[in-house]
Design a protein around this ligand. Structure first.
Ligand SMILES: [Zn+2]
Length: 355
């Protein structure tokens, strides 16, 4: 069975959506192509959904599966038994191929592996050979398909080359380059792009009843990823935590060198948070550049526009652009496992002096 927790985390409450409306925020072009394929009977055997984290790849794949399995005219209706089973994560013809799939429950529980090994794909091949239990389709959803080992990808390729007639395989990945080209060439590809902040803000207000102001702040911070915004809804501290980090950031230009080095040392103790912090800084400095260019439309931190304007006035465009490169360089060093403390100290030295 596909894990119910996974489904309820990524697919919104069924009550919020009308019959025939896909439970997906944005990506209308993709929804239209996929529903058109169902209506015209041109469903393919493999689809690949790519795009940044939390952009809605798995939600779209699940909605497609639901539409395929739905037994009513307006699909997905959200109400027929197959739709309900998909939402509850218990439809026998929709399988979530994630670590632990095919293993017995106890082994799956213990497994901490992220990679999808050859056993998993062998099990998939066995199940794909069986006829569907209930409907017309046997659907396999493989989220984060880049976690498949080379052997697994080769084994999956065999299924993609000669797919059993009722099998549909849905893969998601950050980038198509992380999969074998031979796999990619067998899939119809849907490259999902970040959504406009306005679309996210409206969805948060209309579907999840979020107050306008909060919805706007979250939408601006989400970088076009609805999944991030929805996660942030459940975590009250996200916005407070951001305020605290922004205060530190705003005071930074006036801090002395010793103080800056102390900040570097503190963040070096928290490697996982350090990356998120630098991304917040990156967003802030991009906003400073946008303010200087008088093009604030896409800015992330518009709720702090007074601070942005004050700080932007203290730097030249060259200084801002220079520090943005330094931030990107630092993130690159961290990704390549450089010494975090050293990388942060160098960054602190790169901070331009304000006027
Ligand atoms: Zn239905």
């Amino acid at each position: 069975m596909i894990k119910s927790a996974t489904v309820s985390n990524i697919s919104p409450d069924e009550k919020e959506w009308k019959p025939g409306e896909w439970p997906v925020v944005g990506h209308r072009w993709a929804v239209e192509l996929l529903s058109g394929a169902i209506a015209s009977g041109n469903v393919r055997h493999a689809y690949l959904f790519t795009g940044p984290q939390s952009i809605g790849k798995t939600a779209l794949a699940l909605a497609f599966a639901q539409a395929l399995l739905c037994e009513r005219e307006e699909r997905p209706c959200g109400q027929c038994p197959p739709c309900r089973k998909v939402l509850a994560g218990v439809h026998p013809d929709l399988r979530l191929v994630a670590p632990g799939y095919g293993a017995d429950a106890e082994k799956a529980e213990k497994s901490e592996a992220k990679s999808l090994g050859i056993d998993v794909v062998r099990f998939l091949r066995g199940e794909a050979a069986l006829t569907p239990f209930e409907g017309n389709w046997k659907i396999f959803l493989i989220p984060e398909a880049e976690n498949m080992t080379p052997e697994s990808q080769n084994a999956l390729l065999k299924t993609l080359e000669e797919p059993p007639p009722q099998v549909v395989i849905l893969l998601t990945a950050l980038r198509e380059e992380s999969l074998f080209p031979t796999i990619v060439s067998r899939c119809q590809i849907f490259n999902l792009r970040p959504l406009p902040a306005l679309e996210i803000s409206e969805a948060l207000q209309k579907r999840w009843g979020v107050a306008e102001k909060r919805a706007e702040v979250l939408a601006n911070l989400s970088r076009g990823t609805i999944g991030w915004a929805m996660n942030a809804l459940g975590e009250e501290t996200i916005l407070e935590d951001r305020q605290k980090k922004l205060e530190e950031l705003i005071e930074l230009p006036d801090a002395g060198l010793v103080e800056r080095m102390n900040i570097a040392a503190t963040w070096a103790q928290k490697p996982e948070e350090a990356v998120a912090l630098l991304e917040l800084w990156l967003g802030w400095w991009r906003d400073l550049l946008a303010v200087r260019a008088e093009d604030k439309a896409g800015a992330q931190n518009l709720d702090r526009h007074r601070d942005l304007e004050k700080q932007a006035a203290r730097y030249s465009v060259t200084q801002i652009a220079g520090f943005l490169s330094a931030l990107e360089r630092t993130l690159g060093y961290i990704e390549r496992n450089a010494n975090l403390r050293l990388a942060l100290e160098v960054l602190m030295l790169d901070l331009p002096s304000p006027a």
